[in-house]
Design a binder for this molecule. Sequence first.
Ligand SMILES: Nc1ncnc2c1ncn2[C@@H]1O[C@H](COP(=O)(O)OP(=O)(O)OP(=O)(O)O)[C@@H](O)[C@H]1O
Ligand SMILES: [Mg+2]
Length: 268
Amino acid sequence: MKVISLLNLKGGVAKTFTAVNMAYELYRRGYKVLLLDNDKQGNLSKAYGRYDAESVAPITKLLSGEWQEAAELIQKTDYEGIDIVSANMSLMGATWKLTTEETGNQIERYKRLIDAAVLGHGWAVIDYLPIEQAYDYCIIDNPPDIGLNVVNALTITDEVIVPVKIDEWALEGLDILADQIEYAKRYNPALRLLGVLVTAYQNTDGEAAGREWLETEKNSYSLLGVIRYSGKVAESTFLFKPIYEYSPCCGAAQDYKKFVTRYTGKAR
Ligand SMILES: Nc1ncnc2c1ncn2[C@@H]1O[C@H](COP(=O)(O)OP(=O)(O)OP(=O)(O)O)[C@@H](O)[C@H]1O
Ligand SMILES: [Mg+2]
């Protein structure tokens, strides 16, 4: 299993939208995907129809260590092969509480899940499998900050993908993020910043200049793909659906497909 974190200290750059659609595209290619909603806003949980505002969210239990079996945390979605550990505002309290705890491991809470066993999908459903084997990918949607819940995510992450929207200040904060990732390598040497994904791209002079800069080798970030802006996205966000299901021909849907093909090295 490969663990991918969508991360950017900026809000509204399509971290969640990328998590939703990357998971869906991997699923369409037959991969098994586990989603971790690591944001108290719970937008990824909403997108996959598993948002529950009332109870203590599974991700909160994971962070606080208050769980026995992985089955208490992982829910199925409507897609056979996409499962989710959902979030809500309760995550905020648990994150805060963890900063005040003086004992216990504060950065390996999520690792305990990766080491746990679950009933797999398909043929594996009769047997308990380590999560490592039950899923091909784990995608973590992060909030636009670095709290202890994000540090826990980085502890289990193999690859960080940074979605960016090219506006005047788009690249601001990337250096801080890169520094944080360098720092996190101390406790997770496998961690690496894979690159940036341009999202909601509009072919204006300003955005084209930003894209060009990312394409040059003068900067240290690999450009993983460019997702076009699409008016259809606003409607699909409202309907809480992967864009491919809602409007398979629109630019954004096509571009997420291309991005995942390039990422996996396999077309559908
Ligand atoms: N390709 C696109 N075309 C048009 N709109 C887009 C596109 N991608 C994302 N958006 C819109 O941008 C907005 C922000 O997206 P999203 O919620 O995924 O960002 P985020 O980085 O997760 O934000 P936050 O930091 O608040 O969690 C949403 O309204 C979404 O519909
Ligand atoms: Mg988000």
